[in-house]
Design a protein around this ligand. Sequence first.
Ligand code: SF4
Ligand code: SF4
Length: 303
Amino acid sequence: MELIPLLDTLSKHPVYDTDSLKPLQFSACERRMWFHHRNVSQFKADTRLVLLDNSIRQIVIHALKATGRVIGPAKHEWIMRHDEGFTLLCIHPMRGDEYTRNFNRLDDAIEFDALHRLDTSSELSSRGNRLNHAIVIGVHRGSMAMFEANIWHDDDRLSMFRAMMQSAETAETIPDMVPDKYCNDCDYVDFCNRNAIPRATCRTCANVTNVGGQFECRYGSIVCDKHIYHPQFMALAGYDVVAADPDRMVIDYGDFCNAPEGVKVDGKATMTSRELAKACREDWMQDDRFLAVMGAFNARLEL
Ligand code: SF4
Ligand code: SF4
């Protein structure tokens, strides 16, 4: 048997930075949202999964219609008409563990997504009417088992979710760690408590300023050779600042320095952010000989 080549060509592609978080990225842990907003981990969109999920949504709509329900599309939403009025349908294909968890209690992110879509549903109506009721349908991707849960528009809960998300988006400093039931499943667990250093991007750079959730830097908006790590990421990885030279943009962490391309501190291992990330990945940062050689020869790392 041979694989069908079409499936291989539908590969993953990077998800680019967005200025604000989406309701489905909500977490009770503000730190997790902060990491997400700072693009600490590069996510890849899986085209095959998107196609599969869209097909599952169509199957669910067909199945509901087959039971006599009246359902119609409205922009990117599905609306169900019944005797009491209209209901928004939110269909979420899920992995097995997500399905079990949400079957018992909906994740905050899924509830927030439904509330947000209800809140903005007036855009779907020519008269500006807002929907008040949504049905969330969870679908197990493997077995196609389904459950449904009712969500009613709730201003207080929506405001609470939005305030927490805005707080994470606008925080200049990293929020406290709030370990929760999602830690094992968290995309940022390595950066949160396993000493990993994130990729060098504009959102992990000490030169960037968070202005109301928007990132601004006088050197531009595309990662450049002036990148130096935001010291809080280094602190999470176990390295504390001992001195700084703002004129040369050098941050001294005791055993080594992080500096822009072309800047060296005599007698001390001085690395650009990309060199630093590589040295951490390769587990060289605890190797005194490595640091001594880097310092003695003003050495560069091959990337
Ligand atoms: S590992 Fe836990 S505490 Fe850390 S960011 Fe993720 S959810 Fe929050
Ligand atoms: S210094 Fe360069 S890498 Fe850092 S935020 Fe500015 S443009 Fe981005």
